[in-house]
Every structure is written in structure tokens, then in C-alpha cells.
Design a binder for this molecule. Structure first.
Ligand code: 23J
Ligand code: MN
Length: 263
């Protein structure tokens, strides 16, 4: 089939509800959980603020609009390669320079929900990823790899979502060898349902924050705080994840959509 025929059929399917559009984004607002780093390490991203400019009132009789105070890495968001020092020199690694074709790509969804329920510090290894491929098929060049943990169900409470104690945050994520393996498949990016793409305890890994450090070193992307990966098949969904075109942006809150076959 040529692409003219394919896109005509695709349009028909969309209009006839033959394709499900699944929203993988959480609501963005003052209650959105935000990353908290150890105070000795860094400054935190600011709380999200939504300020009214006018609301059909004396400040603007016929219109309502707001202005926002919003960190790039807030809520469901995209990590660009220049977010990390390992990817800082990629000319095509910022939100305004990433080729737009990379914003639409198939997704592989690795279900770690049982493991994460049993152990909040669950780490996905390269062997887990290879076993998933043996069951579901290979991860191909240009595709997303997403870690399903059902962690999004905690997103309504910052305390539950961050799950921190005196030893730091306890949330699931990948090992460095899992990320190395994902990179070797040619995947375009790594996504998770937790506050960031790395595990809560990833600051102590080698290298620290491997999903950030290694993916961005390879000019690849991240998606964090995804919501509802349990609605996607292991394979067969296509992701639309386009960050705002922020000048030299390191990331952006993103409306992540999945196109899912209806059965
Ligand atoms: C800055 C420093 C450490 C981390 C992060 C940001 C993120 O997770 C992020 O949102 O990219 S771990
Ligand atoms: Mn981020």
C-alpha cells in the first residue's frame, strides 16, 4: 500500500472510531507532583502557578486567559538530549531543534506492574527487556520503550508519588545495563510513569541517573510522569509526543497521545 492510500484509510479509521486515541498525560496544575532533589545537590523546579490575566471581567470583558509559571520538567513531560551534560552539544538535541519526525513513533510497553507493586525500588534489567522481546517481539530502531508500573495511580498525591523517606525516594526504574541494552536496539527513547525517567535511588547508580546520562549521551529522549500505560498493548500503539518548541529548551510539559488499534 502506498502512503496516500494508507493515510486515506487512516483518516477513515479515525473518523469511524476505528483507532482509539489514548491520553497518556496527567493534568498540569498547582497540585502536580514535582521532583525534589537532595538540597546539597541542586535547586528544585518551582511550584506550578496559573495566574488569571482576565476572566470576562474589567481586565478583559469578553475573554479569559492565564499566564503560567512552569518549569520545563513539570508533570507529564519530554526530556530533550541537552537536558543532561552528556547530551549538551547535540545541535539537534533541544526542543526547538529535534527533527519533528521523531515526535511520532511506535511504542513498546514493558509491564512491570506486579514487580513494582511488590517492591517500589524494583529495577528493570537488560535480561528482563530481552525476556520481554522473546515473548512480544524485538524492539526496533526508532521506537519508544515504555516501563509500565501503574505508578500513575499514585499521581494524585505528591507524597505517594515521590514515595520518599530519610533514605530518599523509592520508585521503580531501569538499571544502567537495561538502558545500555535499550540504546543498542536503536530505540528513540525511554519513558516511565514515575516523576522522572530514572529510579528513585538512581543517584547512587553507576553512572548516576543512567536513563538521563546514557540516553541523552546517545541523543535519545525521555518521557516522564506518563499516565495510564495499562491502556496500551505491549506492541502496536503509536505515540505522538511533541514538546513545546521552546528556544534551546531542555524539555517541556507534553500532551502525550497514543494511537491504539481497536479490537
Ligand atoms: C534534574 C536533575 C535530576 C533529575 C531530573 C532533573 C529529572 O528527573 C527530570 O525531570 O528530567 S532525575
Ligand atoms: Mn525531565
Amino acid at each position: 500500500m502506498n502512503s496516500t492510500e494508507l493515510l486515506a484509510q487512516f483518516g477513515d479509521l479515525l473518523l469511524n472510531d476505528g483507532i482509539e486515541i489514548v491520553d497518556l498525560s496527567a493534568v498540569l496544575g498547582p497540585e502536580t507532583p514535582l521532583l525534589k532533589l537532595p538540597p546539597e545537590l541542586a535547586v528544585d523546579t518551582p511550584k506550578i502557578e496559573i495566574h488569571s490575566i482576565s476572566a470576562y471581567d474589567d481586565k478583559g470583558p469578553w475573554w479569559a486567559w492565564n499566564w503560567l509559571k512552569l518549569g520545563e520538567h513539570s508533570g507529564t513531560h519530554f526530556d530533550a538530549p541537552i537536558h543532561w551534560i552528556t547530551g549538551k552539544d547535540y545541535a539537534d538535541g533541544a526542543t526547538d531543534t529535534i527533527p519533528p519526525k521523531n515526535f511520532v513513533a511506535p511504542a513498546n510497553v514493558i509491564d512491570c506492574s506486579k514487580e513494582a507493586a511488590a517492591d517500589p525500588d524494583f529495577l528493570l534489567t537488560a535480561d528482563h527487556v530481552k525476556a520481554w522481546e522473546a515473548e512480544h517481539g524485538d524492539i526496533r530502531k526508532g521506537e519508544w520503550v515504555l516501563m509500565r508500573t501503574d505508578w500513575y495511580k499514585r499521581n494524585g498525591s505528591e507524597t505517594a508519588f515521590l514515595n520518599a523517606d530519610e533514605t530518599g525516594p523509592h520508585t521503580p526504574g531501569p538499571t544502567a545495563d537495561a538502558i545500555e541494552y535499550v540504546i543498542s536496539t536503536g530505540a528513540i527513547g525511554w519513558g516511565s510513569e514515575t516523576i522522572g525517567t530514572d529510579a528513585g535511588q538512581a543517584g547512587g547508580m553507576e553512572p548516576p541517573f543512567p536513563a538521563h546520562s546514557l540516553m541523552h549521551k546517545a541523543n535519545k529522549y525521555g518521557l516522564a510522569s506518563l499516565s495510564g500505560l495499562d491502556r496500551l498493548p505491549a506492541k502496536g500503539a503509536t505515540l505522538i509526543a511533541a514538546p513545546l518548541k521552546i528556544k534551546h529548551g531542555t524539555g517541556s510539559p507534553t500532551r502525550v497521545l497514543a494511537l491504539v488499534p481497536r479490537r
